[in-house]
Design a protein. Structure first.
Length: 252
């Protein structure tokens, strides 16, 4: 009769087989790096250094450079604002989620049973983070060129769409809302806190909040411009303070 011990051994064997298959699939020679890149924090039982979060941080920086370099070389007539918005449209969570699926990362993630049961394997934020972690591991294992080639290969549909004019270049407000919804299920709110100058030459100061936290401030000659600048500031703030904000919003 099939008993729980046999079931446990079987499940362990399946997970081990999945992991070894994933390691073979990834262009990473160092098995420890490959394993860590696929390990979500829920799988580590509190040992966060064993998760892919450090690799994700590194991969995020590598990805930003790869995409910025590609856009800089491909579009020599674009100014800083155009390049910045285009980069934001490529590195947003929904795009990285699709890249992770193309790369076959979703099937090989290491998640806790509860995270698995709640749909973590399909969650865009987890997949996007894993793609960045894999990219960071490739960079450590084989260098920048290998990481660049991997990123550009799996982001090719979006990069081609951008070139064809079919890829919407999102503004910072949309980018921020997508991030905060994916990470904490929070919608940012904007508030004009100051107006300076005369009616024909005003300057607006805007705060963007995540619940009660002021995540960014922007100044502009219109409310719309000030909100965009506040959102751009909040993008930097949320990236730099994600761990603290995870705990504040109950996702730590």
């Amino acid at each position: 009769m099939w008993n729980w011990r046999q079931s446990t051994r079987y499940n362990h064997s399946v997970r081990l087989w999945r992991l070894r298959k994933a390691e073979a699939h990834l262009p990473i020679r160092n098995r420890q790096l490959a394993t860590q890149a696929l390990t979500h924090r829920s799988h580590t039982e509190g040992e966060l250094l064993a998760s892919n979060e450090r690799l994700e941080l590194l991969g995020d920086a590598v990805l930003g450079l790869v995409v910025a370099e590609h856009l800089y070389q491909r579009y020599p007539d674009w100014d800083q604002g155009q390049l910045s918005k285009a980069r934001a449209s490529i590195v947003r969570a929904s795009v990285l989620c699709e890249a992770a699926k193309r790369a076959g990362i979703a099937h090989h993630l290491r998640l806790s049973p509860s995270e698995e049961a709640s749909g973590g394997r399909e969650r865009p934020s987890i997949l996007a983070d894993a793609f960045e972690a894999v990219l960071g591991a490739i960079y450590l294992d084989s260098g920048y060129k290998a990481a660049r080639d991997y990123a550009l290969m799996y982001l090719k549909p979006e990069l081609d769409a951008l070139e064809a004019g079919a890829m919407p270049v999102q503004d910072f407000k949309s980018q921020l809302q997508e991030r905060t919804q994916a990470w904490w299920r929070i919608t940012p709110t904007y508030e004009v806190v100051e107006e300076r100058g005369n009616p024909h030459n005003k300057t607006f100061v805007v705060h963007v909040k995540l619940r009660d936290i002021v995540a960014g401030q922007g100044v502009g000659s219109s409310k719309k411009q000030a909100e965009q600048n506040a959102a751009a500031h909040a993008m930097e703030y949320t990236e730099q303070n994600r761990r603290q904000l995870d705990e504040t919003f109950g996702y730590g």
